[in-house]
Ligand binder design. Sequence first.
Ligand code: CMX
Length: 133
Amino acid sequence: MIKKISHIGIAVKSIEEAAKFYEKIGLKIESIEEVPTQKLRVAFIPVGEAKIELLEPTSEESAVAKFIEKKGEGIQHIAFDVDDLSEALANNEKEGIQMIDKEPRPGAGGNEIAFLHPKSAFGVLYEFCKKKQ
Ligand code: CMX
């Protein structure tokens, strides 16, 4: 059901500041977009089949702003690509996993996303992601 790691979300205070580091190690941003539903600016950096997703909060109420305040910049989530998001979520619920989203919600790139609670996943915030067709 899970196809591969889609991306790794990295919380940063500034995409432009973080981009300088990624350029030094030979990686380049391919796109930047606003995701108002998540109160974020997001930059994607391709790395082979997967991507690094830089997450810059645009509001203090953003989940990423709270993360940076508590833990500092760093890995905020890991995302899996799935073919059928509704089926994956139904399976997770059946397995008794604590879910932040029981229904898909819109994410960056027009994708549909849903999160599991880190308390239920050994301290990791996992995102399930269905790529836009
Ligand atoms: N990874 C691992 N653990 C995390 C975490 C993260 N990203 N964020 C919070 N936690 C832990 C906290 O450390 C805390 O643990 P303790 O109780 O042991 O201290 C626990 O989870 C609860 O944290 P909290 O601070 O009380 O709760 P928050 O209000 O910060 O909410 C979470 C945490 C995960 C529910 C919230 O961030 C959320 O709903 N996230 C989903 C949305 C999101 O992250 N969007 C950004 C990416 C969007 C995109 O990719 O498009």
